[in-house]
Design a protein around this ligand. Structure first.
Ligand SMILES: C[S@@+](CC[C@H](N)C(=O)[O-])C[C@H]1O[C@@H](n2cnc3c(N)ncnc32)[C@H](O)[C@@H]1O
Length: 360
């Protein structure tokens, strides 16, 4: 099947300006083909890892439950459905019990195998005994751990031949498993931080984040602060400890990250936002924005997204307010930040990381 010429023109709808990036992969195509070839169609279908809505659009007539993990994903699926006049599908997050018991699930395997396990955990707990799960991945991304996780939940795990460098793993004969704790914990600065499986840097604090926290410049007069791309909330919370009276906002694109941050950062002046764009904030709202910004999106590296976020930061900062960010040196954000801000200063650097302070 040539999906470029098919009836649905699926678009990415992300913040990236790189038009060469595709809105679906050979793994998505393989899942769709396999589903289309099935003789008996399921009563209730679950879809996981549908980044921009390719599977949701093609399979909407089966009234699937689409499990989303990111706000950007939810928005993209929504936009692609609307563009094709397809009525809204059932959306669910990956933690809540599902309304309908699934008897079939399609999974585009995410980069984080912890997240893959979280998906299987939800599928196992919300499905009939005879559930079949078809997982797809690009052959180069296969790891034995993927198979090992699948075997924890299913007695039969069969691999397909490769098609366009994608492969399927078909899971049947669900095991009787005991529900697992979906949270890991790490200790930093005498505090335990919790995070759901699949959240960034689950086992220990990220080295860049640690370096950032060691050099962050906080001013007692900072009243309104944003931790952008907040993950489990560690940066926002460490600032909260220093400035307990400040109003602190934490925003992340990941549902699991925001759910984790809600466990770690609590207070009257704390506000959590599940979003991927700063458009939710007013102009001139913040004295300080801090971020360890994303540049990996699943298997893609894409700095267009952080660059777009930096422009949003400029709009949302008060005059004289500042954005502080940590980054891998090789990304060379300075050349992108200098045209935006009135000054860009390097406040710390080592062999690998750099911390910028950008004043509006
Ligand atoms: C490098 S991690 C930093 C997490 C956390 N601040 C820390 O230091 O441990 C980047 C985070 O950006 C989030 N993210 C990706 N795209 C985003 C967007 N458009 N808006 C907000 N957050 C985003 C990811 O979900 C991830 O949690």
């Amino acid at each position: 099947m040539n999906f470029e010429e098919k009836k649905y023109q699926i678009k990415r709808y992300d913040l990236s300006e790189d038009k060469s990036l595709k809105a679906w992969s050979a793994a998505d195509e393989y899942l769709l083909q396999e589903f289309t070839d099935l003789e008996k169609k399921p009563n209730h279908l679950g879809i996981y890892g549908d980044r921009f809505g390719f599977l949701g659009c093609y399979l909407h007539s089966f009234n699937p439950t689409v499990v989303f993990t990111q706000k950007s994903q939810q928005k993209a699926i929504d936009a692609n459905l609307k563009a094709h006049n397809i009525p809204m599908l059932n959306f669910s997050d990956p933690l809540s019990p599902l309304e309908n018991e699934m008897d079939f699930a399609l999974v585009n395997v995410p980069k984080s195998l912890e997240l893959f396990q979280l998906f299987l955990e939800q599928i196992a707990g919300n499905s009939s005994e005879d559930i079949t799960v078809i997982c797809a991945f690009m052959t180069r991304h296969f790891s034995p751990k993927l198979l090992q996780i699948a075997q924890e939940y299913f007695d039969v795990t069969e691999q397909s031949r490769a098609v366009k460098k994608a492969r399927l793993l078909v899971l049947t004969k669900k095991k009787n498993i005991v529900k697992k704790e979906l949270i890991t914990s790490l200790n930093y600065n005498n505090q335990d931080y919790k995070q759901y499986w699949g959240v960034f840097s689950a086992q220990h604090i990220d080295y860049a984040t640690q370096f950032f926290l060691d050099h962050l410049e906080i001013d007692d007069t900072d009243r309104c602060i944003l931790d952008l791309a907040s993950g489990n909330g560690i940066i926002g919370n460490e600032i909260f400890k220093e400035l307990p009276d400040a109003e602190i906002h934490l925003m992340d694109d990941s549902y699991l990250a925001v759910s984790s941050a809600k466990l770690n950062v609590q207070g009257e002046n704390i506000h959590h936002h599940f979003n991927n764009e700063l458009t939710i904030f007013d102009d001139n709202a913040f004295d300080l924005i801090v971020t360890n910004p994303p540049f990996h999106f699943e298997f893609e590296i894409n700095i267009q997204i952080p660059l777009h976020l930096f422009k949003g930061c400029l709009r949302c900062l008060k005059k004289g307010g500042n954005l502080q960010l940590v980054a891998n040196k090789h990304l060379n954000y300075k050349i992108h930040l200098e045209p935006l801000f009135s000054s860009v200063e390097i406040i710390a650097e080592d062999k690998k990381y750099i911390v910028y302070k950008c004043i509006k």
